[in-house]
Design a protein around this ligand. Sequence first.
Ligand code: NAD
Length: 751
Amino acid sequence: MTPDFTLATGPDGIAVITWDVAGRSMNVMNTEGFALLDSLVGQALGNPAVKGIVITSGKDSFAGGMDLNIIARMREAAGEDPVRGLFDGVMAMHAVLRRIERAGMDPRTLKGGKPIAAALPGTALGIGLEIPLACHRIFAADNPKAKIGLPEILVGIFPGAGGTTRLVRKLGVMGASPFLLEGRLSDPHKAQGAGLIDEVVPPEELLDRARAWVLGAAPDDIVKPWDRKDYKIPGGAPYHPAGYMTFVGANAMVNGRTQGAYPAAKAMLSAVYEGALVPFDVALRVEARWFVNILMNPSSSAMIRSLFISKEALEKGANRPVAEDQRVRKLGVIGAGMMGGGIALVSAMAGIEVVLIDATQETAEKGKAHTTAWMDKRIARGQETAARKAEVEGRILATTDYAALDGADLVIEAVFEDVGVKAEVTRRVLSHVSAECIFATNTSTLPIADLASASARPDQFIGIHFFSPVDRMMLVEIIRGRETGDRAVAKALDYVRQIRKTPILVNDARFFYANRCVIPYLNEGIRMVAEGVAPALIENAARLVGMPVGPLQLVDETSIDLGVRIATATKAAMGDRYPDAAVDDVLFWMADQGRLGRKVKAGFYAYDEKGERLGFWSGLAAHFPRAETQPDLMNVQHRLLFVQVLEAVRALEAGVLTDVREGDVGAILGWGFAPWSGGPFSWLDMLGAPYAAARAAELAQVHGPRFAPPPLLVGMASSGDSFYDRFGPGAEAARAGSGNPFGMMPSSGQT
Ligand code: NAD
């Protein structure tokens, strides 16, 4: 097997260590790779003929980070005493990087080390930047596509291979915070400007420049500032007046942003604060302790699993039926409104030819103008060019003429949400396209089976449900109707892949999956208003448990009249079984008061002229007076979360969902379900089915049958199963035992 790192010493006495993982487009670090890097550095340092080292990559990027599959399994793999196992592992990794940093010098005199430079041809993320940060000088090729940074926080961990400690000591707390707390990525020039790397050089000179620096480096050039006696953290340590201010601000900022729901941000701040008070090597131990604390928190592995591993698997077609390549060449979009305009934009951006049809030329053009406005905004920000705008606009034909659909292999309708209008459009489209063309509807509420009855080819009829705004929302829900065939499913999945979004594949049922779960969340918030629960308690409880937007704010955003329309239609469909009369009392009253939500600057919240929220509308408290006793925070949070996750379980039970990964990824990307949890099924697995079922039963007793634990959950509570054990992919293989990924050398948890 080709090793991940190789060493070659040139006639100039420079040992070049090249990272090149066979069979992958980007290097990722694993346990064996780390051990090999350590031994090659050791060899080079121990060889008197070697003057210095350059660490580089054989690819056009340096590294994407640590293998996330390893991090997600680290806790289970760390042995009987996982805290000890993880801590020892992380400390061993610190030792490797510290050996690179010290480079053989006498720690007392700081003399005798060999210079080590990092030469980055392109992207360097996570551990791919933490290794360079331990080197003495970082060169990056002038490669505008390269992304440099420490994105760990976005996966629910933080840089734990010394990246946190080194960056704070290099840039100061203020300078390091956007990179650590936001996971900000920069191109090489911006990275150099911020002090993350040292030099940006022409790509063809990368190795020569790094070599020349190594040959010319003076003994002083290779001593890190923090290893000198007179070292002070730039901007001040916590007890310095400026440093104190920074920490107060950073604390407030992190808590404001995360609402305390994300353990990694808090732990990282603690590592930074405590680490800043002690010498460097002690700070690394502090970092390691907080890092292990995060690895032990089930949130980190759940986030990694859902947001990276499962998401990627779904994007690569984990549930795609076998069918030949169905990539879309020419797309028809009918209805150039808010959704149609967005669909045309993202498709044209992906290089697809688009015919955008509306009832009048004017409305069709208006839909296309969405692309123009979108591009103009980005050109103003320097993110797009006029040439690219012309290219993308050139792919969209705005017209009223259905004959332009000739040659289209996929048509998506996004006309009004009306069965009759949609049926007419379906028939008209089918009379203009070839027999192979797949027809999709973007309906958000109408059953696919009903809409498909307007088609003579229901096997070629499918739901492709986008979320609004189309350009920003990454989830696309693909709905397989009763008669939808495999080729239509493959077509939808290949199309979603082309436009670089994440698909989930669900079966046809009222509200499909995402809306089915988010509507109960909104309704639960509204019910509490009727019960006299303080609106501030409802909204804050939601945000403190990690929902990005409280239910009342979300109702305002999506509009009260939409809620009224959905309630009316659901009631008509369900008749006596309709369970949400208490919600409607509030909703219909709000509509009567003209408080239709943010779009009219009047809803549960009051708004100023610009549409900024001011606070709760005072009329609400007047009509729904606050109850004297308020529920405690956790009770409100449990109501808000359980009402969603129980619906997700019912969707799985009913076969609407067939894969728990889709349930988790869809929830986070579709409606922002508490990302720290990894999604509804990951959260239920954290709670354990016995507790979840018992708690649901308690809630049902007090608040009504909507909380009754579904039979599937009750069954799992008695059998002791978890959702991922029972329904997760590769559950069998995982149970068969995956060995200890630490192997000979414990590895870290980087992205
Ligand atoms: P919209 O009112 O903004 O746009 C609808 C467009 O369809 C209008 O431009 C209208 O002129 C056009 N249209 C109507 N009848 C037509 C016909 N017979 N032929 C050609 N064009 C016709 O509505 P929207 O918000 O874009 O929603 C469109 C569809 O997408 C609906 O089915 C809706 O349920 C669904 N959807 C909406 C959202 C959302 O958040 N708005 C989200 C997901 C799905």
